[in-house]
Design a protein around this ligand. Structure first.
Ligand code: ZN
Length: 312
């Protein structure tokens, strides 16, 4: 494909979701409690339709399986990444993800989950949960058994533009009033550690305490954003947010024009502010597309903030 491959997000209704996916991005969401837009996904629980070009109407998973040359011949059987916009109107449960090894052994060969968050918007004085205060597994177990959640859970203040890398084994949660773009390994394996003792239909949601204790990193270690400026072109710039063994994530600020290489094996782009063109094709806020591996460069014009990722 010489043109961008646009994708239709798959929406997920959740008890903690809101309506910002409609009010900000104009998506046709199913209800006023829509928590997630799986914007670029080939996961069986939410496989995006391609809505442009010669593969229009097909699922991303099918095109990935049958036309691997468009994805640089990427070696993994499963599409490697999953991009979501998450609108948390109320607090999400506190969770932790396993790594590939633990998930492979304990979750039917599933992948583990590395993920990262770019804070698109948040209410004033909002905090986020990243990490915990136990110095060892023994202390972690004790604090959980004694229900000392306030002492255990580590909350940090956030503002729009902040970025967090959540490695497997990191205790994490988004609180109400937060809108994020998440880039993650293509996995849905989550262990719920604590749910604020809330009830859903009169019952608490299931927790996974033993598996959580198995996988939580003790002590917690922060993985900071790189925020490395890689290119400046007039008022436009490319900032690398993170590179790890699964993905690289960059922020593109386009003010006028910006030309970058389309990184191999292929790159995913999400327009998160403004509008303009990419290689001459109009794009606007809320669009998500892939530039396949046959496309050598991405020439942006307009005024936009874009998050782009590529699998490693
Ligand atoms: Zn997570």
């Amino acid at each position: 494909m010489s043109e961008p491959m646009f994708l239709q997000p798959v929406f997920k209704e959740t008890i903690w979701g809101g309506n910002k996916l409609k009010s900000i991005y104009g998506y046709d969401i199913p209800s006023e409690t829509t928590g997630e837009a799986w914007s670029v996904s080939a996961h069986p629980n939410g496989d995006c339709d391609i809505i442009s070009g010669s593969f229009k109407g097909e699922k991303l998973s099918k095109v990935y399986a049958e036309h691997r040359e468009l994805f640089g011949g990427y070696a993994k059987d499963v599409f490697p990444l999953l991009i979501k916009i998450i609108d948390a109107k109320s607090d999400l449960s506190i969770q932790v993800h396993p790594d590939d090894e633990y998930a492979g052994k304990n979750e039917n060969g599933s992948l583990g989950k590395m993920e990262c968050w770019y804070i698109l918007d948040c209410e004033k004085d909002t905090k986020i949960i990243v990490g915990h205060n136990a110095s060892s597994k023994e202390e972690l177990r004790k604090m959980i058994e004694e229900k000392r959640w306030g002492d255990l859970i580590r909350e940090i203040p956030i503002k729009p533009g902040d970025f967090f890398q959540i490695v497997p084994g990191t205790v994490h949660a988004i609180k109400g009033g937060t809108l994020i773009l998440e880039t993650q390994q293509n996995s849905d394996i989550t262990y719920r550690l604590y749910d604020y003792d809330r009830l859903q239909n009169g019952k608490p949601r299931e927790l996974h305490i033993e598996k959580s204790i198995d996988v939580v990193n003790c002590p917690h270690e922060d993985h900071l954003a790189e925020n490395a400026i890689e290119k400046e072109e007039g008022a436009s710039k490319v900032t690398r947010l993170i590179s790890c063994k699964y993905y690289e994530v960059r922020k593109l600020d386009v003010d006028g024009s910006l030309t970058t290489g389309n990184l191999k094996p292929f790159s995913i782009y999400s327009i998160l502010k403004g509008e303009g063109t990419v290689n001459g094709t109009p794009v606007k806020l809320g669009d998500h597309f892939i530039l396949t591996s046959d496309i050598e460069k991405a020439e942006f014009k307009g005024n936009m903030m874009i998050i782009t990722s590529r699998p490693v």
